[in-house]
Ligand binder design. Sequence first.
Ligand code: AMP
Length: 449
Amino acid sequence: MKTFAQLNLIEPLLRAVSARNYETTTPIQAETIPPLLAGRDVLGCAQTGTGKTAAFALPILQHITERPSLSKRPYIRALVLAPTRELAAQIGSSFEAYSQFLKTRQTVIFGGVRASSQIQALKRGVDVLIATPGRLLDLQGQGFVDLNQVEFFVLDEADRMLDMGFINDIRRIIELLPERRQNLLFSATMPQSIAKLADSVLDQPFRFQVAPQESVIREIQQEVMFVQQSDKRHLLIQIIRQGQIGQAIVFMRTKHRANRLAQQLNRAKINATAIHGNKSQAARERALLSFRKGQTQILVATDIAARGLDIDGVSHIFNFDLPNETESYVHRIGRTGRAGRSGIAIAFCAPEEYDYLKSIEEMMGIQIPTSKTDQGWDRQPPATMEDKEDKPVTEKRVEPKPFSAQQGPKPEQGPKPGRNRGRRKSTRFQRKGPLASKAAKSQLQFTTG
Ligand code: AMP
């Protein structure tokens, strides 16, 4: 494990990372900072939670500080593109923290809010511009953004950018950049479309890959509970009422379902707020602020709204709806266990979601242990999701016993009939990642509890 001092970073940056209490580098930092300081392009297959923001922010800030400037007034020397407002804002605050002992200036621009304060900041001059593609093109079109002198171009969460339909915007932005520049592209996944984009943007890049399960850094204890779809809300309320949950993010498949669940939780006297793409930027910021301050206990979120959220106090993640994209599962559970804390991720699996669970387990190369308090559905899962969509389940439903605090852990039983998962009973999955502790190994660890 390397220290930041071993990476030849300048003293104000070393001071800034130690002010954030970073003791050692994460693997992506140790591997990519040296080639970035040497001026190389980098292709990083890594997601939020791996420490990638510092991996690109520190060398960029160092270059900007050390290389001569063309004018006294700051001008845009680094451009960071991010897919969502939340991620852009988070990258902005990281740059602010890492540059606190430097003179560099940065600003963040994104849509959904009035542009006037963003325009004012651009007029004052910035060295680093962090932007979502739409607002960037908008303000560039109005003449407030000059990208002619950009020396560093970062494309963050490139896969999500393409998923969100930003490819043409990205191409237009690249055309506005000077030929000679250093390029960095980060993506959680590397499908063909990203490989093609990387080929067109990067010049003989240094490549670094964090394996999917390695990006679930620190300690996240995962569990699955088998529950009928119609019983999920009741189960969630029961668990929250047991009082073991500090703050939790509950993931839903749709905005509508997120809104409805937040209302239902409120009616059950649980302080919950929904956050999703249909809310105004101001409403999203209010919800996040109240959650960060601990005034809201439960954030009910959709994937896009919660992507990249970096909130330290999240003790639990609930996958109320299992995601049909396995990558989303990793992103979701990575919202807990931040900043070296441990976290618990609980997946609610309805019979019709069983195939999703299987693909998640396959991708992660583990079996997610069944919760000790699982009451379980008790029937053969459908063969495919299509089965379920074509015809409603007609088998006799076995009422799950109500989940209750008094019951305590269920006594050990034989394998649950019909589930046929061959899983290890009470096996805890623990991932100790680079940020966990000095002694932590970056491997999956199984301990029997
Ligand atoms: P990122 O992947 O950049 O979103 O970083 C994820 C989280 O890890 C953030 O809360 C960072 O502040 C934190 N972090 C980044 N690098 C380190 C490090 N070397 N040691 C401890 N925490 C870190």
